[in-house]
Design a binder for this molecule. Structure first.
Ligand SMILES: [Zn+2]
Length: 478
């Protein structure tokens, strides 16, 4: 499985993505006539609000089996975005309904090929009248293998699910394709056994199962659906060199390009963006100046944030006057919206304080009985006054000064539009221009500024939008 998860084989990453979406939402027949398990191994990407018990139920396996396969000692703790190996998953049962989450380039035709059914059946099952209206993040119910029931031959290209006892050589012989090409396309060096239900890519890497428009060779967006207050990562490969730009819900998207045709962008979905489907507009400029404009529809889900009433005494209320709050907001917003082409962060972030979480990001807030007009713009971590504040990732200090509302404040630019802030500190331990490393002490927990007790407010902006920093502790970017 180590090889399966290798990041050095882009084709295989796409395969895992397809495999993950196929396997992650398997639902069993409702009538109780459950088919026997086929003993396959699936990879499940943990979604928000999922439990190990629920996941085990989905795949017809047990919490113990999943915990053992993933070295989980306490089954209560799994992380959003975590990839779990699911042993003995019930997979590829012909006619078993599953839910597919639409990804860029998915069409009814590619889905029909992937799940060995027909476009008409998918359209009928999902009441789709206009196939052009599929949107990224949409959930489709698909009865996989429905085509096989009616005698329609499975396409010789696309995804093939390994049967018990299959290996690359056997599949290659059966389908009349060179086994070496098959092994290369699947990132597998040998002709060793495959686990039942394993997805095998049957094309030579040329016939993608995504119908992406012309200039795009590959396009992934994670996570899908997008959620209010979360960070979204776009990974795009263009067929030739290009410069990319984009917008989403009114905010510009800035891309970083390497090797001419590999493009990455991170952007935030504002926590007040109403749940719905929004256009993601992309523009690509070729070296000769020719521009291509593309629009994808992306679903945004509700973040299910709670509400909170906060009481402030008179002295603290004085700090809420706009003469104080507005200039400070302008300074913070300007500083947190910087974009630096150099990337300092790498993978998961650490927590900036060892204290427990006392208030989560996104909570809708009202002050002294007012309306719910604001939201909590960061994660509050408790902690004894004076306990260390740590940089969660490498970066450059771009602000380090006392502010009336945020108290002793530090802002770190991690590159690529990712910026974090640390408010209410008792002490600031760094200066503007300092390059900090992950885990470095940058200050101390306190209660300066508008604060009701010692805590660290940890705030993150991505692409000029306030997002939940805790996502970065659980999901590795870029
Ligand atoms: Zn806070």
């Amino acid at each position: 499985m180590i090889r399966l998860l290798s990041r050095s084989v882009p084709l295989f990453t796409l395969l895992i993505a397809l495999w993950g979406s196929a396997g992650s939402r398997l639902a069993l027949a409702q009538d109780g006539s459950q088919p026997p398990p086929v003993g396959g191994m699936a990879i499940h990407v943990v979604q928000r609000d999922e439990t190990l018990f629920g996941i085990a139920m989905q795949y017809g396996t047990t919490v113990e089996a999943i915990a053992a396969a993933n070295g989980i000692s306490d089954p209560r703790y799994i992380n959003v975005g975590q990839r779990l190996l699911i042993p003995n998953a019930r997979l590829d049962v012909p006619g078993a309904p599953l839910t597919h989450r639409v990804a860029p380039g998915d069409t009814l035709r590619t889905l029909a090929a992937t799940y060995q059914t027909t476009a008409d059946r998918i359209a009928a099952a999902n009441h789709i009248t206009n196939p052009a209206r599929l949107f990224i993040g949409q959930e489709l119910t698909i009865n996989q293998g429905a085509a096989a029931e009616t005698g329609t031959a499975a396409p010789p290209r696309g995804l093939y699910r390994a049967q018990p006892g299959d290996n690359m050589l056997r599949i290659a012989l059966r389908l009349g394709v060179p086994w070496r090409a098959l092994a290369t396309a699947n990132g597998l060096a040998s002709c060793g056994p495959l686990f039942a239900g394993q997805a095998v890519w049957l094309s030579d890497g040329d016939g993608s199962l995504r119908e992406l428009p012309g200039p795009l060779a590959a396009f992934t967006i994670t996570p899908t659906p997008a959620v209010q207050g979360q960070t979204i990562a776009l990974h795009i490969t263009t067929e030739g060199p290009a410069t990319l730009a984009g917008t989403f819900v009114g905010y510009p998207i800035q891309f970083v390009t390497h090797d001419g045709n590999q493009h990455v962008a991170l952007f935030g979905v504002h926590p007040f963006t109403a749940a719905g489907v929004y256009p993601l507009a992309l523009s690509m400029t070729a070296p000769d100046g020719v521009q291509t404009h593309l629009t994808f529809s992306v679903r945004v889900d509700d973040g299910n944030y709670s509400t909170e009433m906060i009481s402030l005494d008179t002295q603290q209320q004085d700090l809420l006057t706009t003469q104080v709050t507005e200039p400070e907001w302008d300074l913070v917003a300007r500083t947190m919206s910087v974009f630096t082409a150099q990337r300092y962060f790498d993978g998961l972030m650490g927590l900036p304080s060892t204290g427990a979480i006392t208030s989560q990001f996104g909570t809708r807030r009202a002050y002294n009985g007012g309306v719910l007009s604001t939201f909590h713009s960061g994660t509050d971590l408790g902690g004894a006054p004076g306990s260390p504040v740590l940089a969660p990732a490498a970066g450059v200090v771009v602000l380090a000064e006392p502010l009336p509302v945020r108290g002793n404040a530090t802002i770190i630019d991690h590159g690529w539009g990712v910026v974090t802030g640390y408010w209410h500190q008792s002490e600031i331990g760094v200066r503007v221009g300092d390059v900090v490393s992950a885990g470095q002490v940058i200050g101390a927990v306190g209660s300066t500024g508008r604060s009701t007790g010692p805590h660290l407010h940890w705030e993150m902006w991505v692409g000029g939008v306030q997002v939940d920093p805790m996502q970065w502790v659980q999901q590795a970017f870029p």
